[in-house]
Design a protein around this ligand. Structure first.
Ligand code: FAD
Length: 442
């Protein structure tokens, strides 16, 4: 299907899909299998760039634990819950099996293709869309989308000429990885049609820190508990978000699953709550509230040991040095001889270390976009606009962002299917009768 079939323009079709990423391809397969005439338009020469780069080029297709709580956005959990009921992770796994991409479950709960090849995933989707009858028009930039009130058809201006369609699905992605072709133009189309766009930020992106010590630990990966608090006193201020898991020190800040998951919360809250602060517990196995008891035992056991020696029983020598330096403990001192101020500083570094995070990395480092087309203006049963009949949304363009682990693709697959079904049913004779909608007639 990637072999371009350039139809003659102006073109009339039933379902026009803008964007041939994960959501657009899934919508195309679904609508074409229901018998609709489907055209997919994408500005890129080689479509599906994000599928190719995803999951370290292995494509983390979905997750064993897809629950609505793993999705963010205004009203996202309730909305996503309906979409996942309409097309579940189980159905997704069966679909991939059916199109020749069996999946395997890894210990982390993530599903990958058995082949470990994201190219196989993209190839199978393109082949399946082609076999279902969908036509891909790549290198075809869409420049505007408007409703022609006289014919009730959608007029889509493209770099090759106009297209008229009965249904249009906006599957244009967000702003993450803009070189893939997803550069936010879909928001402009939605805005021009009267839709509200919840302000966007990069999500699943590294955190930048101004701390001078942590870069010395660059390259170290370890489990932490990361928390975002409303103020710079973690004990007394409201907790805004918290994640436990793997964490990576980098030259400019922090990465790894917990830092990526926290990024959307930091980017969301920080402009409104300028005091919002990221803290780390470097000992996440110590339950919250039991830190004092843990310290008592630790300090008792290692009272005669130098601070660095005691810390090296817990961390690598490099990280132990960074922790001691941040606590202001320079030079050798036995743990039992620390003053109260020094003890408090060390405990803070272990359990409530303020990480000096001041920003998140920009969209070209982000895996997805937080914000987008407001869910309140989309019908969850169909992914159809509440403002315009025949206008549908799917994927990252919507105000939904999932956590790391296959959740964003699951959203793209499920919302793509729901939009594809409903867009086709507006057009195809058999099903449109059931829905009381006339077939498009141009
Ligand atoms: C590095 C990286 C790794 C990732 N890994 C994973 C992973 O393993 N698992 C997971 O679940 N998620 C992962 N994601 C997130 C996932 O890739 C996205 O959530 C998903 O691809 C979004 O799909 P989409 O179809 O909504 O948008 P996109 O994939 O962005 O597709 C949108 C398409 O629309 C086209 N387009 C946009 N505007 C126009 C226009 N005006 N005219 C014509 N065409 C247009 C673009 O060219 C693009 O092809 C990763 C993301 C990145 C960046």
């Amino acid at each position: 299907m990637n072999e371009e079939l350039f139809p003659d323009f102006p073109l009339q079709t039933e379902v026009a899909i803008i964007g041939a990423g994960a959501a657009g391809l899934m919508a195309a397969i679904t609508a074409a299998r229901l018998g609709a005439r489907v055209h997919l338009f994408d500005g890129a020469k080689k479509v599906g760039a994000k599928i190719i780069v995803s999951g370290g080029q292995r494509c983390n297709v979905t997750n064993i634990a897809v629950t609505p709580a793993r999705f963010h956005g205004e009203g996202a959990p309730a909305f996503v819950s309906r979409i996942l009921r309409a097309y579940s992770p189980e159905q997704t796994r069966r679909f991939f099996e059916e199109i020749g991409v069996p999946l395997k479950l890894e210990e982390t709960g993530k599903y990958f293709p058995v082949s470990d090849s994201s190219r196989q995933v993209l190839g199978a989707l393109l082949h399946t869309a082609h076999r279902a009858g969908a036509v891909l028009c790549s290198q075809t930039d869409v420049t505007s989308v408007e409703l022609d009130p006289s014919t009730d058809a959608w007029k889509i201006e493209t770099s090759r000429g106009p297209v008229f369609a009965r249904s249009v699905i906006l599957a244009t992605g967000g702003l993450a990885l803009p070189k893939s072709g997803s550069n936010g133009r879909g928001y402009n189309f939605a805005r021009a049609l009267g839709h509200s766009i919840i302000s966007t930020t990069p999500a699943l992106t590294p955190l930048f820190s101004s701390d001078v010590h942590y870069p010395l630990a660059s390259g170290i990966t370890m489990p932490v508990r990361l928390r975002l608090h409303a103020e710079n006193d973690a004990r007394s201020s409201k907790k805004l978000a918290s994640y436990d898991g793997s964490f990576l020190f980098t030259h400019r800040g922090f990465s790894g699953p917990v830092a990526l998951n926290l990024s959307r919360h930091f980017a969301h809250h920080r402009p409104k709550v300028t005091t919002a602060t990221v803290f780390a517990s470097l000992l996440p196995d110590v339950e919250e509230g039991r830190e004092a008891q843990w310290w008592h035992e630790f300090a008792g056991r290692f009272a005669k040991k130098m601070v660095s020696t005691a810390l090296e029983t817990l961390f690598s020598a490099k990280l132990a040095g960074v922790i001691a330096a941040r606590a202001g403990l320079i030079g050798s001192l036995p743990l039992g001889r620390l003053s109260k101020t020094q003890t408090d500083a060390l405990k803070r570094e272990l359990f409530f270390a303020p990480l000096g995070v001041f920003d998140v990395a920009p969209y070209d480092k982000a895996e997805t976009t937080a914000g987008g087309v407001a869910l309140a203006e989309i019908e969850p049963a169909t992914m159809q606009s509440r403002l315009h009949k025949g206008l549908f949304f799917a994927g990252e363009v919507c105000d939904v962002d999932g956590e790391l682990g296959g959740f964003n693709f699951q959203w793209a697959w499920s919302s793509g299917v729901v939009a594809g079904r409903a867009a086709a049913r507006r057009c195809t004779p058999g099903s449109s009768e059931k829905f009381g909608v006339e077939r498009a007639d141009f």
